[in-house]
Structures are given as C-alpha cells and as structure tokens.
Design a protein around this ligand. Structure first.
Ligand code: DON
Length: 567
C-alpha cells in the first residue's frame, strides 16, 4: 500500500511539473493595469500617457485617438506614423458603431506591372525598400477626419504634446536599440542622409526630432491641407521625386480618408465589430470564428491538440478565400455577405476531420456566387463616457520603406508591397493575392489589420488589435477566444502563446518554446507541418476589457514595450 501511495505521489508530481512547463498552467490570474475611468494602451508609454492625459483634460476617445496617433509618430517611428495609414473601428457610448479607412493609395502613375522586370519576374526589394515602395499616405487625413467628426478639444491641445515630445526627445529602449541596429544596413541602402544613419543609437540615448516638431507645428496651424497641399506637401513631393519616385502634388491633393461600415457578426453571446475592406481583417475574422463556433473549444482546452486543429483548418480555408476574393471595395466586387454566411462556412468545413489535416494543396477558394465580375502598431482607447476606439496603423515593414525625409522628420511607408505584384507570388508576409488585389492607380492595397471592438449583452466588452502582418487576424481571434472560451483576464489573454496558419505556406507557425513538445510531436504525427523557427513572436496585442464592476483592465503586450496608462 505504502509503495502504491509513493508511486501515486511520484506520478502526481511528474504530472504537475509537466503542466507548469506551460505559462498558462499557473492559474493565478494575472491582471493588467486596472483603472476606473479611462485607458489608453499603445506600443509606447509616452504615447499612452499623452492619449490618457487628453482624456483627463476633458477630451473624448476620439481626441485621444488623434493625440495618440501623432504621439506614436514621434515616440515609435518604427511603425507609428504620419507617413503611412491605418484603420479605426469605433463604438460610441450610445452604441453607435462605425469605421474609418485612412489606408494608403497607389499613386496615379502606378501600373499593374510596376514591380515586374521584362521577363515578368518580381524585381526584388522594389516594392519594399526605397521610394518606389511608397503609397500615398493617409494618416494625417485620418486624424483630421476623426477629430472633425467627433473631437471635442481644439486641435492645438491635441497636437501640442507631440510637438513638445519631439523637441524634448524620446529615450531609446532596449528593444528599439536592437531594431535600429538590425535596420541600419537598410537605412544606408535607402537614404543619403538621416538621423538614423549618422549615428547608431543605443539604449537610453535620447533622440530628438526637431524637423518632425516643425512639420507638426505647421500641421497644427494650417490643418490637414498643410500635409496634402501646403508647404509640407511640396517638400514631400520634391523629396520623393528627387529620389526617383512617382508621387505627385495631385496624388496628395486627391487623398481622402473614407468612412466605412464595419463588419459585424456574432460568436456565442458576443457581437464582434471589426474592419471592413480594404482590410481583410473583419471578413477573415468572421469566417474563422463562424467556422469554429460549432465546436466546444472550452471542453477541448486552451492550445490543446483539438483546439489547434479546428482553428488551423478554419484559418487555412479563410486565408484561401482572402487571397482570391479580397481587395479594395471601390475597385472590386467583394461577395462579403456570402463569404461570412453560415451556410457557406458550414460547407467550407465539411472536409475537416480530426483524423488528418486537409492539405493546403487540396484547398482553393470556395465557390461563392460572385454576381459580376515588420511593423505595424495598434492602440486601444476607452474614455470615461464609455466611447471606445480601436486603431491599427502602419508604415508596413519596420521603418516602412526605410526612406526617411530628413527635412520633414518622418519615415515613408512601403505599403505598395501589400498589393499583389504578380498573382501567386507571395509578398513580404508570405501571403499571395490575385486579380482582386492587383495594382491600379488610386486603389488601396489589401490589408490584414483587424482593429476590433466587442459587445456583450449590448454593452462594451473589449477593444483590441495587434500588428503582425498576415498573423494579425489570427492573433486577434486567439485573444478573443482566450477571454471568452478559456476565462483568461485581458493580460493573460494577451500573454498566452499564439500560433498561426495562413493557407500558404502550408504550415502552423508557433511561437518558439511556448508549446509543449509532446503536443507538437502529435500534430506532426497527424500530418501537420510545424514551423517554430520563423520569426520569434506573433503579434503584439493591445486591448482593454470592461470588467464586471465596469472598471477597465488593460492588456499590454510584453512582447514589445507596450504600456497601459489610465486613471
Ligand atoms: O496592412 C497590413 O496588413 C500590413 N501592412 C501590416 C504590416 C504589419 O503588421 C507589420 N507588422 N508587424
């Protein structure tokens, strides 16, 4: 009997040790910052603080959006920007919802084959590095459109803190220093001069941005027109053309941010509100979540083999559709309602079995009846009135095209790479596209950005989003599931290890050293291809959850320097 008890104890110890290898085995809930009134969660503490202070001063979530966007352009130049674009989904305290698209556009002189050589092969780096990669920027138009429609404070109050920050300078973090070192050779390739070329900035150095402060001061005085028609526009166009680019004054003058109707769908008792095309985010998120809704994930368990299988198979099918059907809705006919209809999605999962994977080579886009024809950043805001915004903004790759306009003090995007340069040829995120996302003058390139807001029982429940290129959609989805299916706090949901499948390449990408080795072995045995080596992290999710007592809990991703600030 004694022997039996000792054996039992040893077995118990082995099982508990094994469990504690996974970060989630520790059941003590880990909460993020909790505040009573308002909160901003963004990639840098300086930007979150500027946004939160604006709300404290009496501004609303929309004022804070404008302030945080500009503060990130100063404090987080790797992705924060006025030289790029983005999307915002909002939900006002009274329940009104909407979205704005301030995505970049292809210049008027862009052509379908502009990244191909004479043999019709994609010219390496042309759509990613330097001036030809740049799309017409939308961020300044986005900030002013949001402020004009919903803002309550004068624009001076909103822009001034970012001008001051640019003048005082921003301290380089360890992660930023590592990034600057990594990108240095590319800065050299793309620029003749820039503050990032002359010196290799180290951790704890302070970088000042006087040129950006001047640009922001002119924008504060002259409004949106300054960026699109004024002195800033003239300097920008001259800089682009001197570098051999094709963006003109007419391109800038014609740019407009567009109000869009967000994608909405239900998952159990949640109402999910996410970004519509030209982002693929909302449609793909809806497709994946509706495909997995019939399965009892909470019974399967978080990151268990069955959960990973169901999610992977739904993702594979959604990304196959993404690559065929999605593009700029002003240029292509998207069968949006059909793509997210329950019947269609049920049919899409008909071939799924727990016995073995469906190979991506056996999957194509589904048959819906068409009638005709490496760095982004996310911030989430809730104000004291209950208005919420969810904004994802980008210059696409880390430091965009790496082209830095020294006179104006900012990097320009390389968003043109999000177009499909040639059908079937993957872009920098490995996603392929077709005719729907081919290049045309003034067309917006397809995005994966998925700023999302969730209601539960008619009340605000969460606002969240993330960078991560093609992995954005699946990171947002896993974070929602972590809260809803697996009862995690906002911070735990953000912390949990993530995985991703995007149809092609046919592999499950998993955060390295985060998943049980047994689980990986079993997935491989079933026939899944696993990639743990690719890039080390998947997304940097920043979200806010409304708790039962109406307090707010922030989830700021430890994978970056992300920070929640509120009061
Ligand atoms: O719009 C998109 O989907 C991409 N330009 C986003 C790029 C991105 O998230 C890079 N970050 N890690």
């Amino acid at each position: 009997m004694k022997q039996f008890i000792s054996l039992f104890l040893i077995l118990f110890l082995i099982i508990s040790c094994k469990k504690s290898e996974t970060p989630l085995a520790n059941k003590t809930p880990k909460h993020g910052l909790i505040t009573k009134n308002a909160m901003v969660v963004s990639a840098r503490v300086e930007a979150s603080k500027i946004g939160s202070d604006i709300i404290k001063k009496g501004g609303n979530a929309f004022d804070a959006m404008a302030a945080t966007q500009l503060a990130l352009a100063v404090a987080y130049p790797v992705a924060g920007n006025i030289g790029g674009g983005g999307f915002m989904v909002y939900r006002k305290a009274d329940g009104e919802i909407g979205a704005i698209d301030f995505r970049e556009k292809a210049p008027l002189a862009a052509t379908k084959d502009m990244y191909l050589d004479e043999a019709e092969n994609v010219i390496p780096e042309k759509s990613t590095l330097g001036v030809m990669a740049v799309g017409v920027p939308g961020s300044v138009a986005g900030v002013f459109a949001v402020h004009e429609k919903f803002g309550s404070l004068p624009i001076e109050d909103i822009i001034k803190p970012s001008i001051d920050l640019a003048m005082q300078g921003v301290i380089v973090t360890k992660k930023q220093a590592r990034g600057l070192k990594y990108y240095q050779p590319l800065f050299l390739k793309a620029n003749k001069d820039s503050i990032f070329l002359n010196k290799l900035w180290k951790e704890n150095d302070t970088i000042k941005y006087p040129a950006l402060a001047k640009t922001l001061t002119r924008i504060m005085k002259n409004g949106k027109e300054e960026f699109y028609k004024g002195e800033t526009a003239k300097i920008l166009v001259k800089f682009i053309q001197d570098n051999g680019g094709i963006i003109t004054m007419e391109d800038l003058a014609k740019y407009e941010a567009k109000w869009r109707t967000p994608i909405t769908f239900t998952y159990d008792d949640l109402k999910i509100i996410s970004m519509s095309p030209p982002s693929s985010g909302g449609i793909c998120l809806a497709q994946i979540m509706k495909m997995i809704e019939p399965y009892n994930l909470d019974e399967f368990g978080h990151n268990s083999i069955k959960t990973i299988q169901v999610i992977t198979e739904a993702e594979r099918r959604a990304y196959a559709d993404r690559s065929f059907y999605l593009g700029d809705p002003d240029f292509v006919n998207i069968p949006g309602e059909d793509l997210i209809s329950e019947n269609y999605l049920k049919d899409r999962m008909r071939t799924f079995s727990f016995e073995k994977p469906t190979l991506s080579s056996e999957i194509s886009y589904g048959d819906v009846q068409v009638i005709e024809s490496n760095e982004t950043t996310h911030y989430s805001i809730v104000d004291q009135l209950g208005n919420s915004v969810s904004v994802t903004t980008t210059i696409n790759g880390g430091y965009g095209s790496k082209l830095y306009c020294s006179e104006l003090g900012f990097f320009l995007n390389n968003e043109m790479d999000d177009f499909s340069s040639k059908p079937g040829v993957p872009n920098m995120f490995g996603v392929t596209g077709g005719e729907a996302n081919s290049i045309l003058p003034e067309k917006r390139m397809l995005s994966s950005m998925t700023p999302t807001i969730i209601e539960k029982s008619g009340e605000l429940f969460m606002t969240l989003g993330t960078p991560g290129g093609s992995t954005i959609i699946t990171s947002v989805m896993q974070t929602i599931l972590n809260v809803h299916e697996f009862d995690m706090t906002m911070q735990e949901a953000v912390n949990a290890p993530r995985f991703h499948h995007q149809w092609l390449p046919d592999e499950i990408r998993m955060e390295p050293n985060a998943f049980d080795s047994d689980l990986i072995k079993r997935l491989k045995k079933l026939g899944y291809f696993i990639n743990e080596s690719n890039s080390s992290i998947i997304g940097k999710v920043d979200g806010i959850m409304v708790l039962q007592d109406k307090a707010l809990e922030g989830g700021a991703d430890y994978r970056g320097d992300d920070t929640a600030v509120g009061f």
